[in-house]
Write a protein that binds this ligand. Structure first.
Ligand SMILES: Cc1cc2nc3c(=O)[nH]c(=O)nc-3n(C[C@H](O)[C@H](O)[C@H](O)COP(=O)(O)OP(=O)(O)OC[C@H]3O[C@@H](n4cnc5c(N)ncnc54)[C@H](O)[C@@H]3O)c2cc1C
Length: 659
């Protein structure tokens, strides 16, 4: 038998199985036995589980609690359930952490979360302004795209988090959902049940909104994920907002209120708790890591899903654990892929699910020809406009206004962060910006603008990669002037790329072909973005803060010049989605159905950012967690309907009433 498949493993019928420690209760290795439990109203409990595990919100208590949670996580990651579990979740990122919390809320089921990276609990991760220092470090997968002519043969660097919390643990923390029309489009593309009314309850279920006066129709204060206003707004950010007004742009006080237009400028909300990064790991996983039916295994790299060839049923996964040992684990109920938009399609292909021709090319036995796997890749390309300040090297000492590599070393910033949870170190860098239409005929905003009180190179990620390999970017030696940057992001891109296998070895990164400029409309949007940013920067409000334009530089002014600059320097805004698209049951190009089940394969779902049919205009983190919230409910509905012998619809309605 070929190694990529497993003949009928002993699949236990759908009965709930509880794991109970039999040794000293300390969760010692392998000290567990199974006991059968009944299906109760546990799925209803799942709907409120986040609330029961809320960390306290006392001033310094969150920091202390973080330490306690880290200790619990330490124990949790060493607890060992061997052999078989009910649910195996592959990838402990944004979606994986949500799923681990919600599925293990039913204490009658056992859940194993496998994460290739580590715990991701170091201090540098929790300090918001430290975000650039995470890029290129050992908690980053550091993907590189294939060279493309359209991008002047550049390889684009894609940071992706390799730790619990995934990419969101190294994110910029902006909290955006897109607008209602984005989800109407999902539904129109065959994602039945994923329209605005179908997704809003799950955004709210996730959210713990700290700002006052937010419309409760769109916000909630009872979810696990802390969402807040900025603790400190940089003086230059305020200048930027005044300049936007000067340029005739409207204000928007809440980009996530679907009763009003997304258009307008304002400060961004962030996923932070008391000035510290809030990731899916801190919000969802750490509070529940002590649950006895949940095992979290880090440094566990999944190589493929084990699928029974005859019945086309996922029965488990094989992975390499932290000791380098190959382990097979059986999933009695489901395997759920949540490895993100680059790794999930790779894992499907390595498991024999994907385009037949590609699998043949690498000698992988085809279990299911599914040509959509890896296609429909979307991301938001971005381009920078940077100015130095009038006294660029003297102004480097104004560390509270111009962020430079000195800001993080400034004693005022450090003390303010440590004792008050405030100051520049709480900044996500992009503190303000907004959504605009590059021309009035656009149906939705095609541009997101972001203001950064820091001089960025044209391709900041290239420079960050250089820094990670010993370069001087971000060090005291760097010759960076003080200044500021405006970033134009294609927020609803029309171009589509793809992910393909590079080899049949799971340790090789897949090929990533972003094709950002495939649709010339996206190029045009970026050109218009630079022009609009120049207009904002030329307003009188900036007069005393603006020196020379550094990038692209005033000599580049025609559309052709700007296009060339964009090809040379556009970079990712980190919203990589769509490579395992959800669609209607009869849509052959879709990878998962609206219940997120992989087409033609039993007991296998994809629940992560890769299922998005299109990018909701904004960042991808909040929509990913929404997908995982709704995905967990879909998993419960199936489990309940099977054990109670009820139709799926009836169970779905019951759950709505319970929650
Ligand atoms: C630098 C950066 C900035 C960002 N800024 C923002 C922002 O401001 N706002 C926002 O909303 N979003 C932001 N994002 C995007 C957001 O983080 C992602 O959209 C979101 O995390 C996607 O969730 P996911 O669960 O699909 O994948 P991920 O969060 O990437 O999780 C996938 C997980 O799977 C693990 N994994 C992969 N392969 C395997 C394997 N073989 N075995 C086991 N585990 C595996 C990975 O290590 C990772 O932990 C940013 C992302 C980055 C990288």
């Amino acid at each position: 038998m070929d190694q990529s498949t497993t003949k009928a493993m002993d699949v236990v019928p759908p009965a709930m199985i509880m794991f109970v420690p039999i040794a000293n209760g300390s969760g010692g290795a392998g000290a567990l036995r199974h006991s059968r439990g009944k299906v109760g109203h546990s799925a209803c409990l799942a709907a409120t589980s986040g609330r029961r595990h809320r960390p306290s919100s006392g001033s310094h208590s969150a920091r202390r609690l973080d330490v306690r949670m880290a200790a619990a996580l330490e124990q949790g990651t060493h607890r060992s359930l061997t052999g078989e579990v009910d649910y195996v979740i592959v990838g402990g990122g944004a979606a994986g952490c949500v799923l681990a919390n919600r599925l293990s809320a039913d204490k009658n089921v056992s859940v194993l979360l496998l994460e290739a990276g580590g715990k991701g609990d170091s201090f540098k991760i929790s300090v918001p302004l430290g975000f650039p220092y995470l890029c290129g470090s050992d908690i980053d997968w550091k993907y590189l795209s294939e060279p493309e002519e359209e991008l002047h043969e550049r390889r684009v660097y894609f940071p992706r988090g390799k730790m619990l919390g995934g990419s969101h643990s190294m994110s910029v923390m902006l909290y955006h959902r897109g607008e209602a029309a984005d989800y109407e489009q999902w539904e129109a593309m065959g994602a039945e049940g994923w329209g605005p009314d179908g997704v809003l309850p799950f955004f709210k279920k996730s959210e713990h909104q700290h700002a006052k006066d937010m419309d409760s129709a769109f916000h909630s204060k009872s979810g696990p994920l802390s969402v807040s206003d900025l603790r400190r707004v940089n003086p230059l950010t305020k200048v930027f907002l005044e300049a936007c007004e000067g340029a005739g742009m409207p204000r928007n006080e809440d980009f996530n209120n679907w009763n009003s237009r997304q258009d307008g400028m304002g400060t961004f909300q962030v996923t932070q708790r008391e000035g510290m990064r809030e990731s899916p790991a801190t919000a969802y996983l750490r509070p529940v890591v002590g649950r006895r039916n949940l095992r979290v295994e880090t440094h566990a790299s999944v190589e493929k899903v084990l699928i029974d060839e005859g019945s086309k049923t996922a029965v488990g996964v094989s992975y390499v654990n932290k000791d380098g040992r190959k382990v097979k684990i059986q999933a009695r109920k489901e395997v759920i892929l949540a490895a993100g938009s680059l790794a999930t399609p790779q894992l499907l292909m390595l498991s024999g699910i994907g385009d037949r021709h590609m699998l043949d090319e690498f000698g992988i036995p085809v279990i299911q020809h599914l040509p959509g796997v890896g296609q429909n890749l979307q991301d938001q390309p971005a381009v920078m406009l940077s100015y130095q300040s009038p006294n660029p090297y003297v102004d480097k000492n104004k560390t509270q206004t111009y962020y430079t590599e000195r800001t993080g070393k400034d004693i005022r910033s450090i003390l303010s962060y440590l004792f008050l949870g405030n100051g520049p170190l709480t900044s996500p860098m992009c503190e303000a910006g907004g959504f605009v239409r590059s021309d009035p005929s656009q149906r939705s905003c095609d541009l997101q603008l972001r203001f950064i009180p820091f001089v960025s190179e044209p391709d900041p990620y290239h420079s960050l990669g250089d820094f990670a390999t010993g370069g001087e970017y971000l060090t005291n030696k760097s010759n960076r002037p003080a200044g500021f940057t405006l970033q134009s992001v294609v927020t609803r891109p029309k171009s589509r790329g793809y992910v393909a296998l590079r080899s049949a070895d799971f340790r090789d990164r897949p090929m990533v072909v972003p094709r950002w400029l495939e649709d010339k409309a996206d190029l045009k949007t970026m050109v218009e973005g630079i022009k609009l940013c120049r207009k904002i920067a030329s307003q009188s409000q900036f007069a005393q803060f603006r020196g020379d334009e550094l990038y692209p530089g005033p000599q580049l002014s025609s559309d052709a010049d700007l296009e060339s600059y964009i090809r040379e320097s556009c970079h990712t805004a980190n919203a990589v989605v769509g490579s395992c698209r959800m669609g209607a049951l009869d849509d052959d190009s879709a990878v998962v159905d609206p219940s997120l089940r992989v087409k033609h394969i039993k007991n296998l779902r994809v629940i992560d950012s890769s299922v998005m049919p299109t990018l909701p205009g904004g960042q991808a983190g909040a929509p990913t967690m929404m997908i995982a919230e709704k995905g967990a409910e879909l998993v419960f509905i199936l489990a309940l309907s099977e054990s109670a012998h009820l139709p799926l619809d009836a169970v779905g309605k019951m759950l709505v009433i319970c929650s």
